[in-house]
Design a protein around this ligand. Structure first.
Ligand code: G3H
Length: 542
């Protein structure tokens, strides 16, 4: 029987936490990096609570305290921003004028230090956001691979531009150049990976950075402070620890941010963009909300569809922007589908992030359990049912997944991005109903379709690719492999992120042009031969 009491038993007492998975000591971050210096912080601090709770002798549970970090304000955000502006120095700073080879060398020095911190960072991802140990390791390794792939893509891009082109009597050389100061903000669900998926390409292209770590997932950057400080010239990367709503609109209102890189909500992005006094100067690279649907057609392989839908909906408790957040199933198979899904869901292992094979782990705070409960209550008050035993039971941060059916227009779960362990389902009779759900959505990231009928899939793909940016056939929605374009329509994204697209997103093409005269040719040859310019060169990076 799954209920609050049984879930509370899944939290460990202090002694029950396996020694190898404990944090040796709480991480109290008492310094920060500014302008190439590690400076002691003596101001206010914020206590960091883990999603993991500790069970006490009296049966109560409380979130584990795992450390603290500086709690800054606008004075410090102004200092950070000034440091980034000074390091960029109108494009004349050491970093934006450094050749690509030099920047790559700095990045390699950084990666080396990152890799050396793997064990602690993985542990911190696990403790700070409640991600399973296996997935925390995956996140770390995927991020290191992403950085290496980005470096290779940059070499390729730069080499392709290391030549002159001659068109209609004009000689040109085109390269990608930085945009200025980038404000980088990542999400809590992939605190390392999604943050670095914007921060690393932004850096490599020669921009300078103000970085605000996610609300949950701040301490895990503490082991990287020394790497940030030592691998790059001073002021290139500056971390601000402060409530976003206090410092971020303030920084944008200064007009000194050139690029807003945000993985977060469309509501926040919408508000922030409006704060910049010169809207045409601000470029936005945004990964936002999504409500990806799976459409299961009558002839679908049900075992496959159930497996993929379960993975898609509940990996990392449904806390992925790409998660399947609505299942739309043909009425002729919906009972069979729900039956099998209920059985498969019942086999998921609920527990603490370090437990082998665990699927469902604690959420960031009790407020997330409260949101899930409110969404389910709203649906059941309007005629839906929780199909699976124990669905929606919770104890503090541990929330047992709920399969909710039938969900319909007017319920929160129909349109809101639940971003958690709830699987809403509705049935359709005519495939046009499923299409209309996607068409009328405010979101447009991805969709999954399940069918073995080539005619049906072919006919569905054509309208769907004009509604979303990836149609997954007989598989769940996901971002990877990371070389594929990751984009979204409507309120789901702005810009495209992939290994090579991100390099383009954080740069702009600039060129030199001259008439194809003997004099110009001689001058260009001299510049190249005598290395008189970083921009004008024909060198090849190996
Ligand atoms: O939260 C959004 C992530 O980028 C999703 O990545 O599909 O590989 O889990 P994923």
């Amino acid at each position: 029987m799954i209920n609050s009491e049984s879930l509370s038993q899944l939290f460990p007492s202090l002694e029950e936490i396996p020694a190898e998975h404990r944090l040796d000591a709480p991480i109290h971050q008492v310094s920060y990096v500014i302008n190439g210096d590690m400076v002691p912080w003596t101001g206010a601090t914020k206590t960091v609570l883990s999603p993991v709770c500790i069970r006490h002798a009296d049966g109560s549970v409380t979130q584990a305290e795992i450390g603290s970090h500086p709690e800054m304000g606008v004075t410090e955000s102004d200092q950070m921003l000034e440091a980034a502006v000074a390091a960029y120095n109108n494009g004349r700073g050491e970093w934006p004028t450094m050749g690509v080879a030099g920047r790559i060398d700095c990045m390699q020095a950084f990666v080396k230090q990152v890799v050396a911190q793997r064990t602690l960072i993985v542990k911190l991802i696990m403790w700070e956001v409640g991600k399973s140990l296996a997935d925390s390791r995956k996140e770390f390794d995927r991020t290191v691979d992403y950085i290496q792939a980005t470096v290779e893509a940059l070499k390729e891009m730069d080499n392709a531009n290391s030549r002159f082109i001659v068109v209609e009597g004009t000689i040109g050389q085109v390269r990608r150049t930085p945009l200025g100061v980038v404000l980088c903000m990542g999400p809590y669900n992939y605190p390392l990976n999604e943050t670095f998926c914007t921060l690393i390409p932004a850096l490599l292209m020669g921009n300078t950075i103000v970085f605000k770590p996610p609300q949950y997932g701040t301490l895990l950057f503490q082991p990287l402070l020394e790497a940030f400080r030592s691998a790059f010239p001073k002021g290139v990367i500056n971390t601000i620890y402060a409530p976003g709503e206090v410092v971020v609109p303030h920084m944008l209102a200064s007009g000194k941010i050139n690029v807003l890189a945000l993985i977060g909500s469309s509501r926040v992005a919408d508000h922030l963009k409006k704060q910049h006094p010169k809207s045409n100067r601000l470029r936005a690279i945004l990964g936002l909300d999504a409500k990806n649907a799976a459409i299961v057609l009558p002839d679908a392989n049900l075992d496959l569809a159930v497996r993929e839908c379960l993975l898609g909906a509940l990996s990392f408790n449904g806390q992925r922007c790409t998660a399947l957040k609505m299942l739309i199933v043909h009425r002729s198979i919906v009972d069979e589908f729900l039956g099998r899904l209920t059985v498969a869901l019942g086999q998921l292992k609920v527990g603490m992030p370090w437990e082998p094979g665990v699927n469902i782990t604690p959420l960031p705070g009790p407020h997330r359990s409260a949101y899930m409960t409110a969404a389910i209550d709203d649906a059941t008050a309007q005629g839906a049912r929780v199909i699976n035993d124990g669905g929606g039971a919770f104890c503090s941060t541990l929330f047992y997944p709920a399969l909710v059916y039938p969900v319909r227009e007017g319920m929160k779960l129909y349109r809101e991005e639940q971003f958690g362990p709830i699987v809403p389902v509705f049935a359709f009779d005519d495939v046009e109903e499923a299409l209309q759900y996607v068409i009328t959505s405010e979101h447009g990231q991805q969709v999954s379709v399940f069918s073995n009928d080539a005619d049906m899939i072919g006919a569905l793909v054509d309208p769907l690719v004009n509604q979303v940016c990836r149609v997954n056939i007989n598989c769940q929605c996901q971002r990877g492999p990371d070389v594929f374009p990751f984009a979204g329509r409507k309120d789901s994204a702005e810009g495209t992120l992939s290994v090579s697209d991100a390099l383009r997103a954080f740069s702009i093409r600039s060129m030199i042009a001259t008439k194809q005269s003997e004099q110009s040719k001689a001058m260009l040859n001299t510049i190249v031969r005598e290395h008189k310019s970083t921009f004008i060169n024909t060198g090849f990076l190996l």
